[in-house]
Design a binder for this molecule. Structure first.
Ligand code: ATP
Ligand code: MG
Ligand code: MG
Length: 352
């Protein structure tokens, strides 16, 4: 059997490792944090920094394929590994998706609609960008933001200077505020031979800037659902991508109909795809492993309606007492239920 190397030891790495085991693969997790939840599910591990060249070399020699569960893998790390073993998805997907400006420029170059945006290096750039895009607007770091960290909504001129001072590193990106009616996402996969399969769109609700629920089916028209799938497909083709990719969209009302803007992409399995584990023939974790291993993709068909709910902080303590027969729990085994921390999720399965 072959061994899949996974960079990152969070819950996504853990779930990928579990799926890989079911397909007969071994997994080797590389992560600097010895407390990582993925370390619980495989004996093969490297605890080292992402810039530890010797550790990276040994890791690459011990595995057959390298993948990752987070998009902030340093470019130099990806470069070292990809010289030794196949890195899937490739370094271009990382470079684009870890930089909001590169990501928007890439999407726009493929005629995929994104929110209006400007690069902001200085206070003067910010003033120019506000003059062009208006208020309200959203100022974001280009790198390392997640769960709404690294961004500020600007409502009035008084908000500009403090937000500019607070956010680093520069450059930042200013986006026009999108008065969306809904947020949806599509998880899509592309195989080594170029086969593409997308899951049904999920409708996502955030609470305190953290994903709260993903509901499938989303309450959108069949036309819009098809468009979302087509955009996600166009993105993986344009990236010559191998693996699973998450695409977040804003649904924007315009002239009595709804249109789509891409908010961001994630070159990995996605929190808004956790529902696939309960109700799809092939879930997103198995799909990612199949793709990077060079297997044919599985069928993403959805067998039931479903609502995924994240368990944040001590919400996880209500389990298992509150489980009923239609609820699939998934706990990440994290020791400390800190506020804001993703501890697990549940999938509530609809039965007709
Ligand atoms: P994630 O955890 O999804 O990676 P993130 O920190 O990368 O989050 P974004 O996805 O860019 O942040 O934004 C988080 C949320 O903030 C969005 O899902 C949306 O609800 C809101 N938001 C972001 N940008 C805009 C915008 N331009 N207009 C309106 N709302 C926005
Ligand atoms: Mg993000
Ligand atoms: Mg997001």
């Amino acid at each position: 059997g072959s061994t899949i190397g996974i960079l990152g030891g969070g819950q996504l790495g853990r779930m990928l490792s579990l799926a890989a085991s079911r397909l007969g693969f071994k997994t080797h997790i590389f992560c600097p944090d010895p407390q990582s939840p993925a370390f619980d599910v495989t004996p093969h591990k490297t605890v080292a920094a992402y810039d530890d060249a010797a550790a990276l070399q040994r890791f690459a020699e011990a595995v057959d394929i390298v993948t990752y569960e987070f998009e902030n893998v340093p470019a130099a790390t990806a470069e070292i590994l990809s010289r030794i073993k196949p890195l899937r998805p490739g370094a271009n997907a990382l470079a684009i998706s870890q930089d909001r400006l590169a990501e928007k420029a890439f999407l726009a170059s493929k005629n995929i609609p994104v929110a209006p945006y400007r690069a902001v290096e200085t206070n003067a750039d910010l003033a120019d960008a506000i003059a062009a895009l208006g208020l309200p607007a959203v100022l974001k770091t280009t790198r390392l933001g997640y769960d709404g960290k690294g961004q500020r909504t600007l409502g009035s001129d008084a908000d500009l200077a403090p937000a500019f001072a607070d956010l680093s590193p520069k450059p930042l990106v200013l986006e026009g505020f999108i008065p969306f009616s809904k947020e949806i996402s599509v998880v899509v996969a592309r195989s080594l031979t170029g086969e593409v399969k997308a899951y049904d769109p999920a409708e996502n609700v955030h609470r305190n800037h953290i994903l709260h629920t993903s509901t499938v089916p989303a309450t959108i028209s069949p036309t819009l659902a098809r468009q979302a799938g087509m955009i996600a497909t166009a993105i993986v083709i344009a990236l010559d991508y191998v693996g699973v990719l998450g695409v977040e969209f804003f649904v924007v009302p315009a002239d009595g109909r709804e249109t789509l803007l891409v908010n961001e992409i994630a070159p990995r399995v996605h929190n808004s795809g956790h529902w696939t584990e309960a109700v799809c023939l092939t879930d997103q974790f198995e799909q990612h492993i199949r793709a990077i291993a060079g297997w044919p993709l599985g069928d993403p068909a959805r067998l039931a309606d479903v609502v995924m709910e994240n368990l944040i902080g001590d919400e996880v303590l209500a389990l298992p007492a509150n489980l009923d027969g239609d609820t699939q729990p998934h706990l990440y085994g994290k020791a400390e239920a800190r506020p804001g921390r993703k501890m697990g999720h549940i999938n509530r399965i609809g039965r007709n």
